[in-house]
Design a protein around this ligand. Structure first.
Ligand code: PRX
Length: 655
């Protein structure tokens, strides 16, 4: 288990961090979830626990059976009927809460909109009718490729209202990534915008859609929101402005009763092979899981102002900007831009402006803020905050303590939440009014979730040791499969340890049973909290005419968690220059998206391989991180590493 074993070195360092943080007394006193008995209760009868959680939703028809488990295929709330948009909107308006703010939206240029539940419902109904007018029917897939503007959740909710699964593609992805996802999902419609704002610049989205559609056949129409007003091409008959289509629709659109197990959405995530996986989520279990965890883990109350500083294009946004908060009738902040524009205090300014009480962000953002210094936060009144959370990657104790001190004012519990696109909902996290936290540990599986740490044979490891994280029981928001590929679903998650779900993460438990996540054990890198597959990036590099072979590895990075380090072998007639290195970095950004741009490119005449021809990434990682080489005995050609180490040429960047 080389990766987890390597991770254990980190654990030794973490142990030096022995501070513990019990929940503050006033926080406990005000919390609905302060009784530790909830753990035992849920463990004694998880199905009863999750049945009780599902009662928070409005069901058109109640379920007959809580769980049908035909491993590894789960069905939750079998026989139940409900509609997600109805649960997120109609029922709150019907209860007299139409004037409650759903989103305080803040655009990057400083424009702002306040959107109530009644506003959101009205816009969703018209948008749903617009989709119907374009021929979208229950079960049809709709691709959404948008900036962080209110029309994005509106589009998602409109899809759910008529039972059309959406697939949201992160606006930072390139046209070819978009095309792959459209093709895999066989989407009928794309909803996009002319562009979005990023660091003061209008960046184009519609132009990428135009390029993508040259290699897709399923799309019939493109609906375009005008956000930036930039020049774009319009294809007659195919492309329609949102503002010409939506406002003219009928005001009322009934919410389609959906089966609990009907598909709600697909969200693509990187795997160890080049083809992204369409993670499939369904209706009743997913909504129950995200609504319950959003209330329990964030200690949500009536008057909270909640902000997940993430993009809706990732699962964090799906579960904890859109579906969880809206199902709970919460008031959220939604922000279009980056943390550093126009300056590094933008986020803290937003917290002050809206008196945010609960904030959720990625460790990579915390480290970036840490790097800039606490003065930006100190210039703003953050005293409204009462809980702060993190997600996306392991948070190092130093960043945890900085966050607790400078953002949480030493009074806010920190919830470090472990979960995945596949789990749909938070799985390992403190319960903020119950759990004593330790900086760097996600602490314990939440009530109703059973996990373990096992050895390579699947046997439980004793406390105080490391191994592979596994989940032992199905949970309501779990993925139901990989779209169109049940075999890959079984092979990826259920074959490593029969009967157990393997998320791909290493983990260690300390003597007190706290879980310390060690990162991924496979070839997937975690850059700024986003999972990127080495294979996908290698494929992009090899697609460049100058490249013969490529191998990429993650290199620890102070800000982004991991940075991408690419080893490249050029074709025979090609000169490996620094300019070419820069060009390759740009090329990857173009093909996959800026997030996948390698931080470093190193040209090498060869790559270390086993006799069976498998690239030994472990050794490349040693080289990339300047650490002593591990075991080289299985190398086909032991000299190759010296050759690589002596050929340090390529492109590097600190952006
Ligand atoms: O390795 C774990 C890491 O992110 C992976 C899931 O990535 P993704 O599906 O993109 O979802 C990210 C947002 C939920 C996990 O397998 N990860 C996520 N949260 C944590 C984490 N690692 C350690 N601690 C966390 N809190």
């Amino acid at each position: 288990m080389p990766e987890a074993a390597a991770g254990q070195e980190n654990i030794e360092a973490l142990y030096a961090e022995n501070r513990t943080f019990p929940p503050p007394a006033d926080f406990v006193a005000g919390s609905k979830y302060a009784d530790p008995a909830v753990y035992a209760e849920a463990a004694a009868d998880p199905e009863a626990f999750w049945a009780k959680q599902a009662e928070r939703l409005d069901w058109f028809q109640k379920w007959d059976t809580v769980l049908e488990w035909d491993a590894p295929f789960a069905k939750w709330y079998v026989g139940g009927k409900l509609n997600v948009a109805h649960n997120c909107l109609d029922r709150h308006v019907a209860a007299g809460n139409g004037d409650r703010v759903a989103y305080y939206w803040e655009g990057e240029p400083g424009d702002a909109r306040t959107i109530t539940y009644a506003d959101l419902l009205a816009e969703v109904e018209q948008t749903a009718n617009a989709l119907k007018s374009l021929g979208v029917k229950k079960g049809d897939r709709v691709a959404i490729y948008m900036p962080m503007i209110p029309e994005l959740p509106v589009a998602m909710l409109a899809c759910t209202r008529i039972g059309a699964p959406h697939t949201v593609v992160f606006g930072g992805f390139s046209s070819s990534a978009l095309a792959d996802r459209i093709n895999d999902a066989q989407a009928k419609i794309v909803i996009t915008a002319d562009g979005g704002y990023r660091r003061g610049q209008a960046s184009g989205l519609k132009p990428n859609v135009d390029v993508a559609l040259a290699s897709t056949e399923s799309i019939e129409h493109v609906v375009v929101v005008k956000r930036t007003g930039q020049e774009i091409d319009f294809v007659e008959g195919r492309d329609i402005w949102w503002h010409d289509l939506v406002p003219q629709q009928e005001a009322s659109c009934p919410a389609e009763p959906m089966d609990s197990e009907d598909m709600l959405y697909l969200l693509y995530t990187s795997g160890t092979t080049a083809k992204p996986k369409g993670i499939l989520h369904t209706t009743g279990g997913y909504l129950t899981g995200v609504a319950a965890t959003h209330e329990m883990i964030f200690d949500l109350k009536e008057d909270d102002i909640y902000w997940a500083a993430a993009d809706i294009g990732w699962v964090t946004g799906h579960s904890y900007i859109v579906y969880g908060p809206l199902a709970n009738g919460a008031t959220s902040v939604m922000y279009e831009g980056t943390p550093d524009f126009p300056d590094w205090d933008r986020w803290w300014e937003i917290i002050e402006k809206y008196k945010v009480t609960l904030v959720y962000m990625a460790p990579t953002a915390i480290r970036a803020h840490m790097k800039q210094g606490a003065q930006h936060a100190e210039a703003h009144d953050l005293s409204s905050l009462r809980l702060i959370g993190t997600v996306g990657e392991p948070i190092n104790p130093e960043a945890w303590v900085w966050y607790h001190t400078h953002i949480g004012g030493e009074r806010c519990p920190v919830v470090d939440t472990w979960w995945q696109t596949e789990t749909g909902m938070i799985m390992i996290s403190p319960m903020p009014a119950i759990t004593t936290t330790k900086p760097g540990s996600a602490t314990f599986p939440i009530p109703g979730v059973e996990a373990d740490v096992v050895d390579s044979d699947g046997n439980s490891r004793p406390l105080g040791s490391g191994g592979y994280l596994v989940l032992k029981k199905p949970w309501p928001a779990m993925l139901r499969g990989i779209y169109g590929d049940p075999e890959r679903y079984k092979a990826t998650y259920w074959s490593r340890f029969p009967g157990l779900y393997f998320p791909g993460d290493g983990c260690k438990r300390d003597e007190a049973g706290y879980y310390w996540l060690l990162g991924r054990v496979d070839d997937v890198m975690n850059v700024s909290g986003h999972r990127l597959s080495t294979t996908e990036i290698e494929s992009a590099l090899v697609a460049h005419p100058a490249v013969a072979e490529a191998a990429v590895v993650g290199q620890p990075d102070e800000v982004t968690g991991e940075a991408i380090f690419a080893f490249v072998i050029v074709k025979k007639e090609i000169e490996p220059t620094d300019e070419l290195g820069q060009e390759l970095r740009k090329h990857v950004a173009r093909v996959i998206g800026p997030i996948a741009r390698p931080k470093s490119v190193m040209f090498t005449p060869d790559l270390p391989k086993t006799r069976s021809g498998k690239i030994m990434r472990r050794l490349l990682k040693d080289i990339a991180t300047n650490r002593p080489l591990g075991d080289t005995t299985t190398l086909a050609d032991a000299g190759v590493v010296d050759i690589i180490q002596s050929s340090a040429r390529g492109g590097k960047d600190d952006d």
